[in-house]
Design a protein. Structure first.
Length: 201
């Protein structure tokens, strides 16, 4: 409805108004405004800071969705890897949900790490599918025995963790560059501020 009102208020011929109306509808006028978010945890899918649209009205969340959350007092984006009642393992950065290992396939086996990980280190970029969503993941490639200790994965493994009622298990697409539920544990839903609908750099 807001799109129709806005289109009618624009001067010009009918074809131009129709074009503007279609563009407005396709970009989701019913959503909230674009806002700046910390999204370095979602690299390589997003950069350190992005402009995103946030849906704060949703009451339910699904595995694979990106959400804006509060972690240690900081608002930042993370991905939901498991919801209440599910069991999750996360070993060497690879997720197993309810006994099913999340699919990963390598895109680039050795690249320079970015955002939150020492640039001297080597990372790999993989494609991962969680729920209905497919995205890219950056993970450290462990160094040789004589390598830099700063390039060793630092986060602990999680095994057979049951997600309690009213909580979600969160991961970062930038697996070694941001805090996630391996460190902070399952996050209460009251700390989930909304679902990230879309972003632009």
């Amino acid at each position: 409805m807001r799109a129709v009102v806005l289109a009618r208020s624009i001067r010009g011929d009918d074809d131009m108004k129709r074009l503007i109306l279609i563009c407005l509808l396709l970009t989701g006028c019913s959503s909230g405004p674009w806002q700046s978010m910390r999204t370095g945890a979602m690299y390589p899918n997003l950069n350190r800071n992005s402009q995103c649209v946030l849906d704060t009205q949703t009451q339910t969340y699904e595995v694979g969705q990106v959400v804006l959350v509060t972690i240690e007092g900081v608002e930042t984006a993370r991905r939901i890897a498991a919801v209440a009642g599910e069991r999750v393992d996360m070993v060497d950065g690879v997720i197993t949900r309810n006994g099913n290992k999340v699919s990963q396939s390598s895109i680039r086996k050795r690249v320079m790490c970015h955002i939150g990980v020492n640039a001297r280190c080597t990372c790999r970029i993989s494609k991962e599918t969680l729920g209905t969503r497919t995205y890219r993941v950056q993970q450290l490639v462990p160094p040789d025995l004589d390598g830099d200790a700063r390039c060793e994965p630092q986060y602990p493994d999680v095994t057979d963790l049951l997600i309690p009622k009213g909580h979600v298990f969160l991961t970062a697409d930038n697996r070694d560059g941001a805090l996630d539920s391996r460190i902070v544990g399952p996050l209460p839903l009251e700390k989930v501020l909304g679902r990230v609908e879309r972003c632009r750099y």
